[in-house]
Design a protein around this ligand. Structure first.
Ligand code: ARG
Length: 454
């Protein structure tokens, strides 16, 4: 690459500073696929013969095999994955190898490779999300009748089904899958043929390349195509969002596993001990997942910051896109794999959840709605029930223990049928609007998600 223009060798320190092959070698399969498609377009354009194209393809396949078997020697002096493979090809097949880079720059090559890799990883992440969602559905199916308190502000609020909570998780990860499908739309665009920034006087059939590589569209502006890393930002955002969802899930599980709650227990296979306190069993997997969210956000911020003041087209700063993306992909992939394995092994303490859900104060809103159904304005009912709760608390009892005579002092509308209000399952059965946790709704949602994931 330096032959001709340069008289001085690159300084060792500069070479070490700028090489990317130590991390972008991960793109070798995509680089090779891209080069094979490029060679086909060069043949169609009359630049290389069919015999040369075949030689190039066979050479690249051979290099692929060498890389896969660990025999390929990566050379940091050759800077990146692209130069390493091109140089090995030329060594292997001679002159034809030197023709491959016609009408191509590493600027369109590197973003091609990253888009091919991104497409593959989007599929991979989507499949992992599906697996996690299935684990939630299995758990929901196994505990479909289990009630628990729902919380706001981490204070007991109203009863829900545990399955309703799990279905909430399925919804969140379903949105992540939807976002990935959308991100794929903008990743699925062929940049190759944009050259360094201004295409080439050698006209390639880019539609042909796109078809061969499985791209849905071809980029329409060469300058933008070598500049554009929106797809990297979007993917990093999707991954940060998945991390955020996993982190909130982790937080719930950590809290519920504390002795004070005792709703769940992590399997010993997914817990750690303390180096000092013999009794400890710690939820480290969930904590690590919560912690790793920080690097996912950091990677997103890092690429956005790298891009913010770049002049149009390619600048070497863009090399900084890859490590952030690789790290986020690895981090999320490991976390999704972990949770899919850990969830089925969670021990659910049904008695503890059920007992907590039977706190009749959770039905204070139901009591107010009882009065509303008898004609009272909600604000008035809210105040009356609030007073009843305060009185009961002052006497050290629960709302359900307040005698009818006392209730009637608060509001004459109270009658013997008020006793029915304090039945948790009756309350849940009444919550029938779309999205509310009636048992019918919960079962319907499990079935709907099963069908949509199938
Ligand atoms: N290693 C570079 C990157 O990752 C490849 C492109 C280099 N292009 C250049 N004109 N220096 O972005």
């Amino acid at each position: 690459m330096r032959k001709g223009r340069f008289h001085k060798a690159v300084a060792n320190v500069a070479q070490r500073y700028s090489e990317s092959v130590s991390f972008d070698h991960r793109l070798y399969r995509h680089d090779i696929a891209g080069s094979i498609a490029h060679a086909a377009a060069l043949t169609k354009a009359g630049i290389i013969s069919e015999a040369e194209r075949k030689k190039i393809e066979a050479g690249l396949r051979e290099i692929e095999k060498q890389i896969e078997s660990g025999k390929f020697e990566w050379d940091e002096a050759l800077e990146d994955v692209h130069m390493n493979i091109e140089s090995a090809l030329t060594k292997q097949i001679g002159e034809a190898g030197g023709k491959l880079h016609t009408a191509r720059s590493r600027n369109d090559q590197v973003t091609l490779d990253l888009r091919l890799y991104g497409k593959e990883q989007i599929e991979q992440t989507s499949a992992q999300l599906k697996k996690l969602q299935t684990a939630f559905l299995d758990l929901a199916g196994a505990h479909v009748d289990l009630v628990m308190p729902g919380y706001t502000h981490l204070q007991r609020a109203q009863p829900i089904y545990f399955a309703h909570y799990l279905l909430g998780q399925v919804e969140a990860f379903g949105r992540d899958a939807e976002r990935l499908r959308d991100c794929l739309q903008r990743t699925n665009v062929l940049p190759l043929g944009s050259g360094a920034l201004a295409g080439s006087t050698i006209v390639l059939d880019r539609e042909l390349i796109a078809r061969q590589l499985g791209f849905a569209r071809v980029s329409q502006n060469s300058l933008d195509a070598v500049s554009d890393r929106d797809f990297v930002c979007e993917f990093l955002f999707c991954l940060a969002m998945i991390g955020m969802h996993l982190s909130r899930l982790s937080e719930d599980l950590i809290i519920w596993s504390a002795t004070e709650f005792g709703f769940i227990e992590f399997s010993e296979a997914f817990s750690t001990g303390s180096s000092l306190m013999p009794q400890k069993k710690n939820p480290d997997m969930a904590e690590l997942t919560r912690g790793k969210t920080g690097r996912l956000y950091g990677n997103l911020m890092s690429i956005l910051t790298t891009l913010k003041a770049l002049p149009s087209s390619y600048n070497r700063d863009l090399q900084e896109d890859k490590e952030a993306l690789f790290d986020s992909i690895d981090t999320v992939s490991a976390a999704l794999e972990l949770f899919s394995a850990m969830l089925p092994e969670l021990k659910i303490n049904r008695e503890r959840m059920e007992a907590a859900a039977n706190d009749s104060n959770l039905l204070a809103t139901d009591l107010a709605e009882y009065l509303v159904k008898k004609g009272m304005a909600f604000r008035e009912a809210h105040e009356i029930v609030g007073q009843l709760v305060a009185d009961a608390m002052a006497k050290g009892t629960k709302l359900s223990a307040v005698p009818l005579a006392e209730l009637k002092k608060g509001a004459p509308l109270f009658d013997v049928d008020v006793a029915e209000v304090f039945d948790v399952r009756r309350s849940l059965a009444a919550r029938r609007a779309i999205g509310a946790p009636s048992p019918e709704n919960v079962k319907k949602q499990i079935a709907r998600w099963r069908k949509s994931l199938a």
